[in-house]
Design a protein around this ligand. Structure first.
Ligand code: UD2
Length: 381
């Protein structure tokens, strides 16, 4: 067991208390002078803990699509971030913005390397671990179930164990709507029967079970985030199994026709990566009563025809879509119920599909750099 650092020296404790009280007074004064200022929330946010831990969050898969946005979000909110990535699919360019911050450190390492992970988590002493590193393609999990097992289940155990040994109290996990499989009653609530239809979905479901067991057995709160169809900047469109929005975005840009598999009437719950990053921040740093699993979604359906129509507004005279047979295993509807996440982590999606697509098409980042208003729990950690 890695010994937890406690305040052994009274001078250190005094200094931290003085800093704490000073920042608190300054913050109260600022908010009195500028009521309603969101900026006040960042500049004077109290990022100090009384048990001697730095306000650090460790993010695995930091150079990936969701990981890099999560890192940016945490940095914008004043946290120190240790990112871990093995660059199997992550890209250094995704961390260009984060790399400019002196509160960000990147470790090139593999999450299945147990000794390295134990050492890394013990030295970072984070408030929370956000474990996003994964094999992300359902198709790849079918072609290589062994790799899926190692990256989507074994690595979860390695990270949970490293976190437990380092005394980390919060563990956030990237789960997926893939654990549900095919359902007909929409929206999908968390309590429905889980019938994953791929090794990917099965590993995510098994990992949730493993983590919730850790949560019940040890002093650790586990938050499993079941992402629906995440989209936004930095999503890689290069594989045929990339997210449909990233593929459509590239084809519309190039003036080429998109391909619709099936009727185009299939629906999905598309959630912006910025909302997902904010959900990760809330899950890692907000007040959470007990370990939980919930959907991260909008609750709003969009069909592929809707998608084509919305892209078409930005590209008048675009070529008509082509149609091909539905993909084997493709599900017809996938809409999540967003209600539970409101209760558990105070999250609801704020960016709609039209706004998220506009950002992609115009290449102008949405203004998400400003900090969140202090939400319940922020000052109570
Ligand atoms: C999403 C996730 C997957 C898993 C699954 C759970 C992504 C990229 N994948 O798969 O990891 O969590 O949900 O249910 O988020 N399509 C076209 N043309 C194209 C590409 C796709 O018509 O060029 C269709 C595709 O057949 C499907 C829909 O668009 O009906 C969405 O496809 P997707 O690959 O973006 O995501 P999905 O829902 O299959």
């Amino acid at each position: 067991m890695v010994p937890r650092q406690r305040f052994s020296d009274h001078a250190g404790l005094g200094r931290q208390w003085a800093d704490f009280v000073g920042r608190l007074c300054a913050r109260i004064l600022f908010l009195r002078l500028f009521p309603g200022s969101r900026q006040g929330g960042l500049v004077f946010s109290v990022r100090l803990r009384l048990d001697g831990r730095m306000e650090t969050i460790l993010v695995t898969g930091a150079a990936g699509f969701i990981g890099s946005h999560t890192v940016d979000r945490l940095l914008a909110d004043g946290f120190t971030v240790v990112g871990v990535d093995n660059f199997r699919t992550g890209r250094k360019e995704n961390l260009e913005k984060a790399g400019k911050s002196d509160r960000f450190r990147l470790e090139e390492a593999d999450c299945t390397d147990a000794e390295r992970m134990k050492a890394l988590v013990a030295s970072a002493r984070p408030l929370a671990v956000i474990h996003l590193a994964a094999l992300v393609s359902v198709q790849e999990s079918m072609e290589n179930p062994d790799l899926n097992f190692r990256l989507n289940l074994h690595a979860v155990h390695v990270m949970a164990e490293a976190a437990r040994l380092a005394g980390v109290k919060r563990f956030v996990f990237a789960s997926s709507a893939a654990i549900y499989g095919e359902h007909t009653n929409m929206p999908i609530r968390e309590s429905v029967r889980k019938r994953p239809i791929s090794p990917y979905g099965a590993a995510k479901y098994a990992a949730e079970g493993l983590l919730l067991g850790f949560g019940r057995s040890f002093d650790m709160t586990v938050v499993c985030q079941r992402y629906f169809n995440v989209f936004g900047p930095r999503q890689d469109p290069s594989s045929p199994y990339s997210g449909v929005i990233s593929i459509f975005d590239r084809l519309f840009r190039e003036g080429k026709p998109v391909t619709i598999f099936g009727t185009g009437r299939q629906t999905r719950d598309f959630v912006s990566v910025h909302d997902v990053a904010r959900a990760n921040l809330l899950a890692a740093t907000g007040k959470v009563r007990a370990s939980c699993s919930h959907n991260i979604c909008t609750g709003k359906p969009a069909s592929l025809h809707d998608l084509v129509k919305q892209f078409g507004r930005h590209y008048p005279g675009y070529p008509a879509p082509r149609f091909e047979a539905a993909r084997p295993g493709d599900i017809e509807q996938s809409i999540g119920s967003p209600e539970t996440a409101k209760q558990t982590i105070n999250f609801w999606a704020e960016i709609d599909l039209a706004g998220g697509l506009r950002e992609l098409v115009q290449g102008k980042p949405l203004d998400i750099g400003s900090p969140l208003d202090p939400r319940p729990g922020f000052l109570e950690r």
